[in-house]
Design a protein. Structure first.
Length: 262
């Protein structure tokens, strides 16, 4: 189950998973990296994320192989899909997991194979739509998904708990100021050692980052997978001066950009 979380709180929680880096790109196999493209219709775009530590899997879309031997951290695609219903199947290491999804022309969607919250559970699949709309100046957009083998977690930003109880399979979406933040992930309600962090988190303006926590801190496999794309500007312009009129009381005033922590 996925649920959209409060924008104000998610703006801070979404920063957490930018802190380790970007997983290595997977290599698509087969005659083409396009699956199900239909004529001149605008395709949808699919990225497949392999987030099961220790597993090696093959991936097919609508019965057609698109990748073989994918390991944890691999990002496969993007693949072009015709608008409509499709099935993504993962096989290997004794597993066969399938997931259906409906896509619309121009959509971008991530399909993630990952472990459930309970230790020893079978792999599961969740899909996450990429919010690729235009964005204002000085901002970045982040989708954070909890796909790790841990209980619901709290997020601490700059030493303060700002979000609680993000569960496996759930996600947060936010637009946040570009900049660098110190963040950590802790067990819900806990004040002990962080599950991850605290580390410095860089966030570039006019980007979309799709971020996935995976693995299990008990065996040292906790990590993140991320991929980032550039967003179009929405036409807004960050002001550099404020015209205060011609009375001579203040003149032009400089506008200082917001920097977290100042």
């Amino acid at each position: 189950m996925r649920r959209a979380l409060s924008l104000a709180l998610a703006a801070s929680s979404a920063l957490l998973l930018l802190l380790i880096g970007v997983g290595p790109p997977g290599q698509a196999s087969g005659p083409s990296a396009h699956a199900g493209q239909s004529g001149k219709a605008t395709p949808a775009h699919l990225t497949v994320v392999q987030a099961v530590p220790g597993a090696t899997v093959d991936v097919s879309v609508d019965g057609r192989s698109v990748a073989r031997g994918a390991v944890v951290g691999d990002l496969l695609g993007p693949f072009d899909l015709a608008p409509g219903s499709h099935e993504v199947t993962f096989t290997g290491d004794g597993m066969e997991v399938a997931s259906s999804l409906d896509v619309t022309a121009g959509d971008s969607t991530d399909v993630v194979l990952h472990l459930p919250a309970e230790v020893g559970g079978d792999p599961v699949v969740h899909s996450y739509a990429a919010p690729t709309g235009e964005i204002g100046p000085g901002k970045a957009r982040v989708v954070l998904a909890h796909t790790a083998t841990v209980a619901p977690a709290d997020v601490e930003v700059n030493g303060e708990t700002v979000f609680t109880n993000i569960a496996n399979g759930e996600y947060a979406e936010a637009e946040v100021p570009a900049g660098t933040h110190e963040v950590a992930l802790l067990p819900t309600g806990g004040t002990g050692k962080p599950i991850l962090g605290p580390l410095q988190v860089p966030l570039d303006a006019r980007t979309l980052s799709m971020i996935y926590a995976y693995g299990n801190p008990r065996d040292g496999s906790m990590n993140v997978i991320a991929h980032t794309s550039t967003l179009a500007a929405d036409g807004a312009v960050r002001p550099t001066t404020i015209d205060t009129g011609s009375a001579g009381l203040a003149g032009d005033l400089a506008v200082t950009a917001f920097h977290p922590g100042r």
